[in-house]
Design a protein around this ligand. Structure first.
Ligand code: ATP
Ligand code: MN
Length: 466
Protein backbone atom coordinates (compact mmCIF):
# COMPACT_ATOMS: atom_id res chain seq x y z
CA UNK A 1 0.00 0.00 0.00
CA UNK A 2 1.44 3.34 -1.05
CA UNK A 3 1.90 5.80 1.80
CA UNK A 4 1.18 9.48 1.29
CA UNK A 5 1.85 12.34 3.64
CA UNK A 6 -1.20 14.38 4.56
CA UNK A 7 0.16 17.20 2.42
CA UNK A 8 0.50 14.91 -0.61
CA UNK A 9 -2.98 13.48 -0.05
CA UNK A 10 -4.40 17.02 0.00
CA UNK A 11 -3.29 17.69 -3.58
CA UNK A 12 -5.66 17.25 -6.52
CA UNK A 13 -3.34 14.78 -8.25
CA UNK A 14 -3.90 12.29 -5.41
CA UNK A 15 -7.59 11.95 -6.31
CA UNK A 16 -8.51 8.41 -7.30
CA UNK A 17 -5.56 6.69 -5.64
CA UNK A 18 -5.87 4.14 -2.85
CA UNK A 19 -3.32 4.98 -0.18
CA UNK A 20 -2.37 4.84 3.46
CA UNK A 21 -2.06 8.03 5.51
CA UNK A 22 -0.81 8.26 9.08
CA UNK A 23 -0.84 10.94 11.71
CA UNK A 24 -2.45 12.42 14.79
CA UNK A 25 -6.14 13.16 15.17
CA UNK A 26 -7.04 16.82 15.57
CA UNK A 27 -10.79 16.39 15.91
CA UNK A 28 -13.57 13.85 15.37
CA UNK A 29 -17.14 14.74 14.52
CA UNK A 30 -19.96 12.16 14.27
CA UNK A 31 -22.76 12.53 11.74
CA UNK A 32 -26.31 11.56 12.57
CA UNK A 33 -26.25 9.44 9.42
CA UNK A 34 -23.96 6.98 11.20
CA UNK A 35 -20.44 7.88 10.08
CA UNK A 36 -17.63 10.12 11.39
CA UNK A 37 -15.31 12.84 10.11
CA UNK A 38 -11.74 12.77 11.38
CA UNK A 39 -9.36 15.71 10.88
CA UNK A 40 -5.85 14.29 10.61
CA UNK A 41 -2.49 16.05 10.66
CA UNK A 42 1.01 14.61 10.34
CA UNK A 43 3.12 17.77 10.38
CA UNK A 44 3.65 17.83 6.61
CA UNK A 45 1.49 20.91 6.15
CA UNK A 46 -0.58 23.50 7.91
CA UNK A 47 -3.81 21.97 6.59
CA UNK A 48 -5.36 18.71 7.76
CA UNK A 49 -7.01 16.05 5.67
CA UNK A 50 -10.55 14.99 6.39
CA UNK A 51 -11.14 11.26 6.69
CA UNK A 52 -14.65 9.97 6.30
CA UNK A 53 -15.02 6.84 8.46
CA UNK A 54 -18.14 4.87 7.50
CA UNK A 55 -20.20 3.14 10.21
CA UNK A 56 -19.57 -0.18 8.45
CA UNK A 57 -15.93 -0.30 9.58
CA UNK A 58 -15.46 -3.38 11.78
CA UNK A 59 -13.95 -1.30 14.60
CA UNK A 60 -16.29 1.69 14.13
CA UNK A 61 -17.95 1.44 17.55
CA UNK A 62 -14.96 0.01 19.41
CA UNK A 63 -12.26 2.36 18.07
CA UNK A 64 -13.36 5.11 15.69
CA UNK A 65 -16.03 6.49 18.01
CA UNK A 66 -13.50 6.71 20.82
CA UNK A 67 -10.95 8.76 18.86
CA UNK A 68 -10.03 12.08 20.45
CA UNK A 69 -7.40 14.78 19.87
CA UNK A 70 -3.88 13.41 19.94
CA UNK A 71 -4.64 9.75 19.08
CA UNK A 72 -2.36 8.32 16.40
CA UNK A 73 -3.83 6.31 13.53
CA UNK A 74 -3.22 4.77 10.11
CA UNK A 75 -6.05 5.10 7.63
CA UNK A 76 -6.30 3.21 4.35
CA UNK A 77 -8.74 4.25 1.67
CA UNK A 78 -9.38 6.13 -1.55
CA UNK A 79 -8.64 9.85 -1.96
CA UNK A 80 -11.78 11.54 -3.34
CA UNK A 81 -12.60 15.00 -4.52
CA UNK A 82 -14.07 16.88 -1.57
CA UNK A 83 -17.22 18.95 -1.61
CA UNK A 84 -16.17 20.59 1.67
CA UNK A 85 -15.06 24.21 1.83
CA UNK A 86 -11.33 24.93 1.86
CA UNK A 87 -10.27 21.42 0.98
CA UNK A 88 -9.58 19.81 -2.37
CA UNK A 89 -9.60 16.20 -1.26
CA UNK A 90 -10.72 13.87 1.48
CA UNK A 91 -10.27 10.18 2.20
CA UNK A 92 -13.03 7.61 2.32
CA UNK A 93 -11.58 5.07 4.74
CA UNK A 94 -11.67 1.30 4.19
CA UNK A 95 -9.87 0.67 7.45
CA UNK A 96 -8.58 2.61 10.42
CA UNK A 97 -5.96 1.29 12.79
CA UNK A 98 -5.29 2.98 16.11
CA UNK A 99 -1.64 3.06 17.23
CA UNK A 100 -1.93 5.06 20.42
CA UNK A 101 -4.71 6.56 22.49
CA UNK A 102 -4.50 9.98 24.13
CA UNK A 103 -6.52 10.26 27.30
CA UNK A 104 -8.75 13.33 26.83
CA UNK A 105 -8.70 13.91 30.60
CA UNK A 106 -4.97 14.58 30.60
CA UNK A 107 -3.88 15.36 26.98
CA UNK A 108 -2.91 19.05 27.19
CA UNK A 109 -3.69 20.08 23.62
CA UNK A 110 -7.44 20.15 23.64
CA UNK A 111 -9.43 22.44 21.35
CA UNK A 112 -9.05 25.38 23.71
CA UNK A 113 -6.36 27.88 22.73
CA UNK A 114 -3.36 28.01 25.05
CA UNK A 115 -1.02 30.94 25.64
CA UNK A 116 2.52 30.74 24.27
CA UNK A 117 3.79 30.70 27.88
CA UNK A 118 1.66 27.69 28.72
CA UNK A 119 2.76 25.87 25.56
CA UNK A 120 6.41 26.31 26.57
CA UNK A 121 5.69 24.00 29.49
CA UNK A 122 4.77 21.33 26.94
CA UNK A 123 7.71 21.86 24.59
CA UNK A 124 7.55 18.13 23.80
CA UNK A 125 3.95 18.35 22.53
CA UNK A 126 3.71 21.90 21.19
CA UNK A 127 5.00 20.89 17.72
CA UNK A 128 1.56 19.29 17.29
CA UNK A 129 -0.09 22.71 17.26
CA UNK A 130 -0.65 24.75 14.10
CA UNK A 131 1.68 27.50 15.29
CA UNK A 132 4.64 25.33 16.21
CA UNK A 133 4.27 23.11 13.16
CA UNK A 134 4.37 26.25 11.02
CA UNK A 135 7.42 27.59 12.87
CA UNK A 136 9.28 24.29 12.49
CA UNK A 137 8.59 24.10 8.75
CA UNK A 138 9.55 27.74 8.19
CA UNK A 139 12.73 27.37 10.25
CA UNK A 140 13.63 24.35 8.13
CA UNK A 141 13.03 26.35 4.94
CA UNK A 142 15.26 29.15 6.21
CA UNK A 143 18.09 26.73 7.09
CA UNK A 144 17.83 25.22 3.63
CA UNK A 145 18.01 28.59 1.89
CA UNK A 146 20.97 29.62 4.04
CA UNK A 147 22.94 26.64 2.75
CA UNK A 148 21.71 27.10 -0.82
CA UNK A 149 22.59 30.79 -0.87
CA UNK A 150 26.18 30.14 0.13
CA UNK A 151 26.65 26.93 -1.80
CA UNK A 152 25.48 28.60 -5.02
CA UNK A 153 28.22 31.18 -4.52
CA UNK A 154 30.89 28.56 -3.86
CA UNK A 155 31.31 29.21 -0.14
CA UNK A 156 32.71 26.25 1.79
CA UNK A 157 30.69 25.08 4.76
CA UNK A 158 33.12 24.61 7.64
CA UNK A 159 32.57 23.52 11.23
CA UNK A 160 34.26 25.53 13.93
CA UNK A 161 34.75 24.17 17.46
CA UNK A 162 32.04 24.27 20.07
CA UNK A 163 34.53 24.09 22.91
CA UNK A 164 37.10 26.86 22.86
CA UNK A 165 39.68 28.51 25.05
CA UNK A 166 39.38 31.93 23.40
CA UNK A 167 36.72 34.49 24.15
CA UNK A 168 35.81 36.12 20.86
CA UNK A 169 34.33 39.26 22.33
CA UNK A 170 36.57 39.72 25.31
CA UNK A 171 33.46 39.63 27.52
CA UNK A 172 32.72 37.33 30.40
CA UNK A 173 29.48 35.83 29.19
CA UNK A 174 30.71 32.30 28.61
CA UNK A 175 29.70 28.91 29.93
CA UNK A 176 32.71 27.17 31.34
CA UNK A 177 33.32 23.55 30.37
CA UNK A 178 35.06 21.37 32.89
CA UNK A 179 35.53 17.77 33.97
CA UNK A 180 36.75 18.80 37.39
CA UNK A 181 34.72 17.66 40.34
CA UNK A 182 33.39 21.03 41.42
CA UNK A 183 31.60 19.65 44.47
CA UNK A 184 34.82 18.08 45.66
CA UNK A 185 36.71 21.31 45.09
CA UNK A 186 34.09 23.29 46.96
CA UNK A 187 34.33 20.88 49.87
CA UNK A 188 38.08 21.33 50.08
CA UNK A 189 37.60 25.07 49.72
CA UNK A 190 40.44 25.39 47.27
CA UNK A 191 40.73 29.05 46.52
CA UNK A 192 42.68 28.96 43.31
CA UNK A 193 41.77 26.23 40.87
CA UNK A 194 44.64 24.37 39.30
CA UNK A 195 43.63 23.86 35.68
CA UNK A 196 46.45 21.35 35.24
CA UNK A 197 43.90 18.92 36.60
CA UNK A 198 41.20 19.94 34.12
CA UNK A 199 40.55 18.19 30.82
CA UNK A 200 42.23 20.75 28.55
CA UNK A 201 44.87 21.86 31.07
CA UNK A 202 43.39 25.34 30.87
CA UNK A 203 40.02 27.04 31.30
CA UNK A 204 37.73 26.31 28.38
CA UNK A 205 34.27 27.43 27.42
CA UNK A 206 31.37 26.91 25.05
CA UNK A 207 31.85 29.07 21.98
CA UNK A 208 30.19 32.50 21.68
CA UNK A 209 31.13 32.74 17.99
CA UNK A 210 33.05 30.75 15.42
CA UNK A 211 34.40 33.91 13.83
CA UNK A 212 38.05 33.79 14.83
CA UNK A 213 38.39 30.22 13.64
CA UNK A 214 36.39 30.97 10.48
CA UNK A 215 38.84 33.78 9.72
CA UNK A 216 41.67 31.26 9.60
CA UNK A 217 39.86 29.20 6.97
CA UNK A 218 38.82 32.28 4.98
CA UNK A 219 42.48 33.32 4.94
CA UNK A 220 43.35 30.04 3.21
CA UNK A 221 40.26 29.09 1.24
CA UNK A 222 38.60 32.40 0.38
CA UNK A 223 34.90 32.20 1.15
CA UNK A 224 33.62 30.05 4.02
CA UNK A 225 30.68 29.94 6.38
CA UNK A 226 29.89 28.25 9.65
CA UNK A 227 26.41 27.42 10.85
CA UNK A 228 26.21 26.03 14.33
CA UNK A 229 25.16 26.42 17.93
CA UNK A 230 26.43 29.37 19.96
CA UNK A 231 26.24 29.92 23.70
CA UNK A 232 26.01 33.09 25.72
CA UNK A 233 25.56 33.16 29.44
CA UNK A 234 24.14 36.67 29.33
CA UNK A 235 21.53 37.04 31.99
CA UNK A 236 19.15 38.98 29.80
CA UNK A 237 15.56 37.87 30.04
CA UNK A 238 14.41 39.53 26.82
CA UNK A 239 12.27 38.34 23.96
CA UNK A 240 15.39 38.49 21.69
CA UNK A 241 18.02 36.56 23.66
CA UNK A 242 18.65 32.87 24.20
CA UNK A 243 21.49 31.23 26.10
CA UNK A 244 21.85 28.74 23.22
CA UNK A 245 21.17 29.88 19.68
CA UNK A 246 22.23 29.09 16.14
CA UNK A 247 24.43 31.44 14.21
CA UNK A 248 25.42 31.64 10.55
CA UNK A 249 28.82 33.22 10.10
CA UNK A 250 30.20 33.81 6.61
CA UNK A 251 33.78 35.03 6.38
CA UNK A 252 35.33 36.24 3.15
CA UNK A 253 38.93 36.98 2.15
CA UNK A 254 39.45 40.06 -0.05
CA UNK A 255 36.17 41.59 1.16
CA UNK A 256 35.85 45.09 2.53
CA UNK A 257 32.99 46.58 4.51
CA UNK A 258 30.87 47.51 1.48
CA UNK A 259 31.17 43.99 0.06
CA UNK A 260 30.14 42.69 3.46
CA UNK A 261 27.03 44.90 3.53
CA UNK A 262 26.13 43.92 -0.04
CA UNK A 263 26.35 40.26 0.86
CA UNK A 264 24.32 40.64 4.06
CA UNK A 265 21.55 42.47 2.23
CA UNK A 266 21.35 39.96 -0.62
CA UNK A 267 21.44 37.11 1.90
CA UNK A 268 18.52 38.39 3.97
CA UNK A 269 16.45 39.12 0.87
CA UNK A 270 17.02 35.59 -0.37
CA UNK A 271 15.87 34.07 2.94
CA UNK A 272 12.72 36.20 2.99
CA UNK A 273 11.92 35.53 -0.67
CA UNK A 274 12.32 31.77 -0.21
CA UNK A 275 10.06 31.73 2.85
CA UNK A 276 7.40 33.64 0.89
CA UNK A 277 7.59 31.36 -2.13
CA UNK A 278 8.11 28.01 -0.38
CA UNK A 279 6.03 28.33 2.80
CA UNK A 280 2.89 29.88 1.31
CA UNK A 281 0.33 28.25 3.58
CA UNK A 282 2.37 28.77 6.75
CA UNK A 283 3.17 32.38 5.83
CA UNK A 284 -0.54 33.01 5.33
CA UNK A 285 -1.13 31.54 8.79
CA UNK A 286 1.49 33.85 10.37
CA UNK A 287 0.02 36.79 8.50
CA UNK A 288 -3.57 36.13 9.58
CA UNK A 289 -3.15 34.58 13.02
CA UNK A 290 0.18 35.71 14.50
CA UNK A 291 1.03 39.11 13.02
CA UNK A 292 -0.82 41.84 14.91
CA UNK A 293 -1.46 44.09 11.93
CA UNK A 294 -1.94 41.22 9.44
CA UNK A 295 0.53 42.84 7.07
CA UNK A 296 3.44 40.40 7.40
CA UNK A 297 3.42 39.10 3.82
CA UNK A 298 3.08 42.58 2.35
CA UNK A 299 5.94 43.86 4.53
CA UNK A 300 8.28 41.04 3.60
CA UNK A 301 7.45 41.41 -0.10
CA UNK A 302 8.26 45.11 0.23
CA UNK A 303 11.60 44.42 1.90
CA UNK A 304 12.66 41.97 -0.79
CA UNK A 305 12.11 44.75 -3.35
CA UNK A 306 13.65 47.77 -1.57
CA UNK A 307 17.20 48.88 -0.93
CA UNK A 308 18.16 48.87 2.74
CA UNK A 309 19.14 52.24 4.20
CA UNK A 310 22.90 52.51 4.87
CA UNK A 311 23.90 55.07 7.44
CA UNK A 312 27.10 55.80 9.37
CA UNK A 313 26.69 55.61 13.14
CA UNK A 314 27.56 59.31 13.41
CA UNK A 315 24.63 60.28 11.17
CA UNK A 316 22.32 57.93 13.06
CA UNK A 317 23.20 59.74 16.28
CA UNK A 318 22.29 63.03 14.54
CA UNK A 319 18.93 61.62 13.48
CA UNK A 320 18.23 60.41 17.01
CA UNK A 321 19.23 63.68 18.65
CA UNK A 322 17.24 65.78 16.14
CA UNK A 323 14.18 63.55 16.61
CA UNK A 324 13.57 65.22 19.98
CA UNK A 325 12.16 61.91 21.12
CA UNK A 326 12.46 61.05 24.82
CA UNK A 327 14.55 57.90 25.16
CA UNK A 328 15.23 56.06 28.42
CA UNK A 329 18.91 56.16 27.48
CA UNK A 330 19.93 59.66 26.29
CA UNK A 331 21.80 59.73 22.99
CA UNK A 332 25.23 61.18 22.40
CA UNK A 333 28.13 60.24 20.15
CA UNK A 334 30.02 57.30 21.59
CA UNK A 335 27.20 55.40 23.29
CA UNK A 336 26.27 51.87 22.36
CA UNK A 337 22.86 52.19 20.73
CA UNK A 338 20.08 50.60 22.78
CA UNK A 339 17.26 48.65 21.27
CA UNK A 340 14.91 51.66 21.73
CA UNK A 341 17.22 53.70 19.47
CA UNK A 342 17.58 50.96 16.90
CA UNK A 343 13.84 50.45 16.82
CA UNK A 344 13.17 54.16 16.39
CA UNK A 345 15.47 54.26 13.36
CA UNK A 346 14.08 51.21 11.63
CA UNK A 347 10.43 51.30 12.74
CA UNK A 348 9.60 55.00 12.98
CA UNK A 349 12.15 57.02 11.07
CA UNK A 350 13.13 54.99 8.01
CA UNK A 351 10.42 52.34 8.22
CA UNK A 352 12.65 49.74 6.58
CA UNK A 353 15.81 47.75 7.27
CA UNK A 354 18.79 49.92 8.14
CA UNK A 355 22.48 49.06 8.02
CA UNK A 356 24.44 51.16 10.48
CA UNK A 357 28.21 51.25 10.02
CA UNK A 358 31.43 52.91 11.21
CA UNK A 359 30.83 52.64 14.95
CA UNK A 360 33.03 54.23 17.67
CA UNK A 361 35.98 51.93 18.25
CA UNK A 362 35.56 52.12 22.02
CA UNK A 363 32.31 50.12 21.97
CA UNK A 364 33.45 47.43 19.53
CA UNK A 365 35.76 44.42 19.83
CA UNK A 366 39.47 44.47 19.02
CA UNK A 367 39.26 42.63 15.72
CA UNK A 368 37.40 45.31 13.76
CA UNK A 369 39.26 47.35 11.13
CA UNK A 370 40.21 50.78 12.40
CA UNK A 371 39.30 53.70 10.11
CA UNK A 372 41.73 56.51 9.27
CA UNK A 373 39.92 58.87 11.67
CA UNK A 374 41.23 56.59 14.45
CA UNK A 375 37.86 57.02 16.15
CA UNK A 376 35.64 54.56 14.30
CA UNK A 377 35.88 50.96 13.15
CA UNK A 378 34.40 49.28 10.09
CA UNK A 379 31.56 47.57 11.92
CA UNK A 380 28.06 47.14 10.56
CA UNK A 381 24.78 46.06 12.13
CA UNK A 382 21.66 45.24 10.15
CA UNK A 383 18.53 46.40 11.98
CA UNK A 384 15.03 45.30 11.01
CA UNK A 385 11.64 46.53 12.23
CA UNK A 386 10.23 44.56 15.14
CA UNK A 387 13.37 42.58 15.91
CA UNK A 388 16.15 45.18 15.97
CA UNK A 389 19.66 43.83 15.36
CA UNK A 390 19.51 40.74 13.18
CA UNK A 391 23.08 40.77 11.83
CA UNK A 392 26.33 42.06 13.30
CA UNK A 393 29.48 42.13 11.21
CA UNK A 394 32.67 43.95 10.32
CA UNK A 395 35.71 44.22 8.17
CA UNK A 396 38.49 42.63 10.22
CA UNK A 397 41.71 44.32 11.21
CA UNK A 398 44.35 42.72 8.99
CA UNK A 399 47.30 44.98 9.91
CA UNK A 400 49.35 43.32 12.62
CA UNK A 401 50.57 46.52 14.27
CA UNK A 402 47.08 48.02 14.51
CA UNK A 403 45.67 44.74 15.80
CA UNK A 404 48.38 44.53 18.45
CA UNK A 405 47.73 48.04 19.69
CA UNK A 406 43.95 47.51 19.74
CA UNK A 407 44.44 44.37 21.83
CA UNK A 408 46.68 46.24 24.18
CA UNK A 409 44.00 48.93 24.58
CA UNK A 410 41.52 46.24 25.56
CA UNK A 411 43.92 44.46 27.96
CA UNK A 412 44.14 41.35 25.82
CA UNK A 413 47.33 39.34 25.57
CA UNK A 414 48.28 38.90 21.91
CA UNK A 415 50.38 35.88 22.89
CA UNK A 416 47.22 34.01 23.74
CA UNK A 417 45.90 34.79 20.27
CA UNK A 418 49.19 33.86 18.59
CA UNK A 419 47.49 31.84 15.86
CA UNK A 420 45.10 34.72 15.12
CA UNK A 421 48.04 37.10 14.89
CA UNK A 422 49.84 34.66 12.57
CA UNK A 423 47.19 35.27 9.90
CA UNK A 424 48.43 38.87 9.87
CA UNK A 425 52.06 37.77 9.83
CA UNK A 426 51.87 35.48 6.85
CA UNK A 427 50.08 36.65 3.72
CA UNK A 428 47.60 38.95 5.42
CA UNK A 429 44.58 40.11 3.36
CA UNK A 430 41.61 42.41 3.87
CA UNK A 431 38.70 40.28 4.95
CA UNK A 432 35.24 40.63 6.43
CA UNK A 433 32.29 38.66 7.71
CA UNK A 434 29.12 38.78 9.74
CA UNK A 435 26.90 36.75 12.04
CA UNK A 436 23.19 36.19 11.59
CA UNK A 437 21.24 34.87 14.55
CA UNK A 438 19.04 32.17 13.04
CA UNK A 439 16.30 32.60 15.63
CA UNK A 440 16.13 36.36 15.07
CA UNK A 441 15.67 35.66 11.35
CA UNK A 442 12.92 33.13 12.09
CA UNK A 443 11.27 35.65 14.42
CA UNK A 444 11.31 38.27 11.72
CA UNK A 445 9.91 35.99 9.04
CA UNK A 446 7.15 34.57 11.25
CA UNK A 447 6.24 37.60 13.41
CA UNK A 448 6.55 35.40 16.50
CA UNK A 449 6.89 37.79 19.44
CA UNK A 450 9.21 35.73 21.64
CA UNK A 451 12.46 34.10 20.56
CA UNK A 452 11.68 31.16 22.89
CA UNK A 453 8.95 30.13 20.50
CA UNK A 454 11.09 29.82 17.36
CA UNK A 455 13.58 27.21 18.66
CA UNK A 456 12.36 23.75 19.64
CA UNK A 457 13.81 23.69 23.16
CA UNK A 458 14.75 27.17 24.38
CA UNK A 459 17.59 27.61 26.87
CA UNK A 460 17.25 30.73 29.02
CA UNK A 461 18.27 31.62 32.58
CA UNK A 462 16.74 28.97 34.84
CA UNK A 463 15.31 26.93 31.96
CA UNK A 464 16.92 23.76 30.65
CA UNK A 465 13.97 21.35 30.88
CA UNK A 466 13.65 18.71 28.12
P1 ATP B 1 22.59 42.03 20.99
O1 ATP B 1 23.15 43.42 20.98
O2 ATP B 1 21.23 41.93 20.39
O3 ATP B 1 22.69 41.34 22.33
P2 ATP B 1 25.13 41.21 19.98
O4 ATP B 1 25.59 42.50 19.42
O5 ATP B 1 25.65 40.74 21.29
O6 ATP B 1 23.51 41.18 20.02
P3 ATP B 1 26.63 39.75 18.01
O7 ATP B 1 27.74 39.36 18.89
O8 ATP B 1 26.83 40.82 17.01
O9 ATP B 1 25.32 40.07 18.90
O10 ATP B 1 26.05 38.39 17.32
C1 ATP B 1 25.62 38.35 15.96
C2 ATP B 1 24.13 38.05 15.89
O11 ATP B 1 23.78 36.94 16.69
C3 ATP B 1 23.24 39.15 16.37
O12 ATP B 1 23.06 40.13 15.38
C4 ATP B 1 21.96 38.42 16.67
O13 ATP B 1 21.22 38.16 15.49
C5 ATP B 1 22.46 37.10 17.19
N1 ATP B 1 22.47 37.03 18.66
C6 ATP B 1 23.37 37.57 19.51
N2 ATP B 1 23.12 37.26 20.78
C7 ATP B 1 22.02 36.47 20.77
C8 ATP B 1 21.28 35.79 21.77
N3 ATP B 1 21.62 35.86 23.06
N4 ATP B 1 20.21 35.05 21.40
C9 ATP B 1 19.87 34.96 20.09
N5 ATP B 1 20.53 35.57 19.09
C10 ATP B 1 21.60 36.32 19.41
MN1 MN C 1 26.21 42.94 17.42
Amino acid sequence: MKKLSVNEARQADAIGSSVKIQGWVRTRRDSKAGFSFIELNDGSSQGNIQIVAPGELANYESDVKRLTAGCSISAVGEIKESGGRGQTTEMLADSIEVHGWADPETYPLQKKRHSMEKLREWAHLRPRTNTFGAVARTRNCICNSIHQFFQEQAFLYINTPIITASDCEGAGEMFQVTTMNLDGIAKQQIEKLNYRFDFFDKPSYLTVSGQLEAETYACSLGKVYTFGPTFRAENSNTSRHLAEFWMVEPEMAFFELTDDMDLAEAFLKRIFADALSQCGEDMQFFNDRIDESHTLIERLEGIVETDFVRLPYTEAVDVLVKSKKKFDFPVQWGIDLQSEHERFLTEEHFKKPVILYDYPKTIKPFYMYCNDDDKTVRAMDVLVPGVGEIIGGSQREHRLDVLASRMKDQDLDIEEYWWYADLRRYGTVPHAGFGLGLERAVQFVTSMANIRDVIPFPRTPGNAEF
